[in-house]
Design a protein around this ligand. Structure first.
Ligand SMILES: NC(=O)C1=CN([C@@H]2O[C@H](COP(=O)(O)OP(=O)(O)OC[C@H]3O[C@@H](n4cnc5c(N)ncnc54)[C@H](OP(=O)(O)O)[C@@H]3O)[C@@H](O)[C@H]2O)C=CC1
Ligand SMILES: Nc1nc(=O)c2c([nH]1)NC[C@@H]1CN(c3ccc(C(=O)N[C@@H](CCC(=O)O)C(=O)O)cc3)C=[N+]21
Length: 279
């Protein structure tokens, strides 16, 4: 039986630590405020936004919700971001992705002031990560590092294979594992011999976006498997990029979906908000 890495429990621990820290700030008269922007009504985005608001309420972070209609223009969204950038009472700004097709995501990400970029998506945050300077870390990869560390899984010296090279998950994940002294391989859709490469991994991180793609044929006996994928199947059941039933008997530790990486993303977003006060 593989050890089940409990993201729900670990995220709860982190939220409790942040709750204490936020209470300390409050005593000193410092409030923490996160602005969350959602454009349109994508049902999955609505679930995540709701989870973020609930986490804020639990920790004592003030949340400002901006629910904008699907027809919102690029200029209107930029105006709002500029306003929030200049408000001293706002610590963090998050604009839920994906945005409607008529909006240029890149321009929006660039517009958020790096000092309030709690998603860690701004080029300045990405650059800081690349060269080892202080900056906001992208929440999902940072959450995975916490999952591994708080489960006492050794990273240093291990061969980590990251499948996926997106700017928000795969690439920053690879950089963070490198920072933790893993030996890192990044695989993607053009990778040849994916199975063979994955089977060399001590730690396999799947961020592909394809339901149950990773079967037992992709894992080494005793490996650690982290499943970033999240897919809502018919009947509303969630599943990941990993075929949990097939993989679990062969590995030493694995994250479930739900209850693995997802809750950690939210916990790290909260962490970035609280820590932004000291930046
Ligand atoms: N739990 C959480 O908190 C979060 C979960 N997610 C989930 O994680 C998954 C990945 O997200 P994201 O990085 O944004 O997705 P993207 O679609 O941006 O990236 C997917 C990556 O996987 C690669 N890929 C696609 N197909 C294959 C394949 N057959 N073999 C090998 N590599 C492949 C792509 O390669 P190429 O670059 O060549 O196209 C790409 O680099 C999604 O399921 C998403 O829903 C995302 C964010 C947070
Ligand atoms: N600007 C921006 N920042 C993000 O961080 C961001 C985003 N856009 N767009 C979409 C992705 C996805 N994401 C998740 C957050 C929480 C869960 C989560 O809480 N998952 C729960 C289940 C939730 C459910 O029931 O659907 C779990 O896995 O246990 C999952 C995924 C953040 N993202």
């Amino acid at each position: 039986m593989a050890y089940l890495i409990d993201g729900k429990k670990i995220s709860q621990e982190i939220k409790d630590e942040l709750k204490e820290k936020t209470a300390e700030y409050e005593k000193k008269g410092t409030n923490v405020t996160l602005a969350v922007i959602q454009v349109g009504e994508d049902p999955a985005s609505s679930v995540y936004v709701r989870n973020k608001k609930n986490a804020c309420a639990y920790i004592g972070i003030h949340s400002l919700a901006y629910e904008l209609p699907q027809e919102t223009t690029q200029e209107e969204l930029l105006d709002l971001i500029h306003q929030l950038n200049s408000r001293e009472d706002v610590n963090g700004i998050l604009c839920q992705l994906p945005l409607p097709k008529h909006i240029d995501e890149k321009e929006i990400i660039h517009a958020i002031a790096p000092a309030k970029d709690v998603d860690g998506f701004h080029p300045q945050s990405a650059g800081a990560l690349m060269i080892g300077e202080n900056g906001f870390l992208p929440c999902t990869p940072a959450g995975i590092i916490q999952l591994l560390k708080r489960s006492d899984i050794k990273i240093e010296g291990k061969h980590c294979v990251v499948i996926g090279r997106s700017n928000i998950v795969g690439k920053p994940m690879a950089m963070l594992m490198l920072r933790e002294n893993a030996t890192v391989t990044v695989a993607h859709s053009k990778t040849e011999n994916l199975k063979e490469i994955c089977r060399q991994a001590d730690i396999l991180i799947a961020a592909i976006g394809k339901p149950k793609y990773i079967t037992d044929e992709y894992v080494k006996e005793g490996a650690v498997v982290i499943d970033v994928g999240i897919h809502r199947m018919e009947g509303k059941k969630l599943c990941g990029d990993v075929d949990f039933e097939k993989v679990e008997p062969h590995v030493s530790a694995i994250t479930p979906v739900p209850g693995g990486v997802g809750p950690m993303t939210i916990a790290m977003l909260m962490s970035n908000c609280v820590n932004s006060v000291d930046l």
